[in-house]
Every structure is written in structure tokens, then in C-alpha cells.
Design a protein around this ligand. Sequence first.
Ligand code: ADP
Ligand code: MG
Length: 145
Amino acid sequence: MVVRETYSPAETFELGKHLGEQAKPGWIFTLVGDLGVGKTVFTQGLACGLGIDEPVNSPTFTILQEYHTGRLPFYHFDVYRIADIEEMEEIGYDDCFFGGGVCLVEWADLIEELIPENAFHVTIEKDMEKGFDYRKITIEGMDEL
Ligand code: ADP
Ligand code: MG
């Protein structure tokens, strides 16, 4: 498990970027954290590290947003609005999870049974006692950055 503390959006972005630069085909991240904690900032950093030059935002109204302008394909899932696991089949999620790209899944606990064993689990948390811009970022499944 890797734990990093950040004190600004830029630092969270940099952490995501570093991971994007390291990412290998087949890497899957799950991403958990309250609204406004920095999930999109982290994801934008990851996309930047993959060399993606398009704007990256929360998918929200689409379950899957794909980016193909980077070093590897990037698949950004937000499964919050998924009603049934079969919707994932319809989207063709397995081509994303097992197709040589990099995936990031928000609200992954809703489709837990589909998440591969080797996924990295990223959690972002606030701690108001440590300041408004403090974030603790935990990456389970990773031993070092
Ligand atoms: P989410 O996608 O989790 O809802 P966003 O990434 O859209 O959250 O927004 C995070 C907000 O928190 C932004 O306004 C960002 O500027 C702010 N922020 C403050 N400190 C940090 C930090 N250390 N890391 C990430 N974002 C931070
Ligand atoms: Mg977001």
C-alpha cells in the first residue's frame, strides 16, 4: 500500500500524472472519495501522464468516456448510474478492462464482482484538521510509486 499526502490540487494532479507515466497496458484503477475531494483532479493528472491532450472531465452522464490520443488508450468509467451489471456487458467493458489500455473506475463498488484482482484501489480523503486543501491518497495494491 502506498500513502501520499497532498496539500494542493497541483500535488494531487502530479501524483496522478506520475502514475499515468508509469502505467502499463492492463492497469486498472478504482477511485473512491467524497464529492469534491479531488477525483477529477487526480484523473486529469493520470490522463496527462498518459499523454492525453483532450480535456478530461467527470463522465457523469455517460458511464464510459474513452481517450485515444495518449500513449495508451484510457477508459474512464463512472458507474454511479448503472442499474444492472448487464449494462457493463452492453458497454463492452471487458474490451476495456482486458484490452491493453488503462482503466479508471469511479464507484467501482457497484460493480465489485467485475473488478479484476490486480486492480489498484485509490482512495482520496480529506482531514479538515490538517487544512482545507489537505488530501490523503491511499493506493492499495501498489508497493511503491
Ligand atoms: P471530485 O471529482 O472528487 O468531485 P474535483 O476533482 O472535481 O472533485 O474537485 C476537487 C476540488 O478540491 C477542486 O476544486 C480542487 O481545487 C480542490 N482541492 C483542494 N485541495 C486539493 C488537493 N490537495 N487535491 C485535489 N483537489 C484539491
Ligand atoms: Mg469528479
